[in-house]
Design a protein around this ligand. Sequence first.
Ligand code: SAM
Length: 285
Amino acid sequence: MLGYRHAFHAGNAADILKHSVLIFCLDYLGRKDTPYLCIDTHAGAGLYSLTDGYALQNREWERGIARLDAGAPDRAFPVLPAMLERLRVLARNFRPDAEDGGRYYPGSPALIRALLRPRDRAVCFELHPADFVVLTHVLGTDRRFSLRREDGFAGLKSLLPPPSRRACVFIDPPYEMKEDYKNLPRSLAEALRRFPTGLYIVWYPLLGNRDAALPETLIGLYRGNRCRAELRTASRTDRGMYGSGLVILNPPWTLKAALESALPVMAGLLGDGCGGWDLQWESPA
Ligand code: SAM
């Protein structure tokens, strides 16, 4: 049963964390001529209206991308760190105040599309039938993309290793089903077995009623360069999400300094007075 719809959450604080890191990593891969493959195992609808439909329910984007937009010269952060400014500018392109006067926020597939070069390729998996239709519409006839209405956990291994031996794998499950917590480590372990040098970005929620076993398990699957970045935007209670994190395997070495600049600003801008962050960076001894 697929109940999760990302449209409720588009542009929120978790999106700011995951999308700023995704952009940073694709920019990094794009510096070398050799083409890369980007795999989005849980793609969502690709583009979201912020002024219509589901996004109106909780207006989560007002505590996310809208705060980056405000840029806050009158707050503690006169200038946004580079990786947040990059997301802010890219995201603005997707809400051009078109004829409908609406505002939009890009999901991961739209951001990937904006960054792919002519010879790069992307594969997006999305299981929800309605979101898959929107995704197909958003990506149109872009021949660099392959869209699959299939299970991303199961489909990932068939794409690895990529012919160019360069890939970014973005794994962003909804965690609405208990199976996600089992399928994710299984799928990541198999992917690493086939392609240990890939750049993997895995998002996870911080939930008050769950222990922190998942990120430990994911980090433990790999012995090479790896990092864990967490952003807290609320106080921890038994109910609900109080933040989220990323496990990144084979991160670009420049990401450490970028996150050290960006995480405190995210915590301050998005945290409503109880924000916090954590960054652990591990390299083989
Ligand atoms: N990655 C998107 C972004 O950053 O804009 C958001 C993705 S949302 C958190 C998770 C998506 O995964 C939902 O649209 C859901 O329908 C889809 N989904 C759930 N289980 C899946 C699976 N096993 N394989 C592929 N897609 C799945």
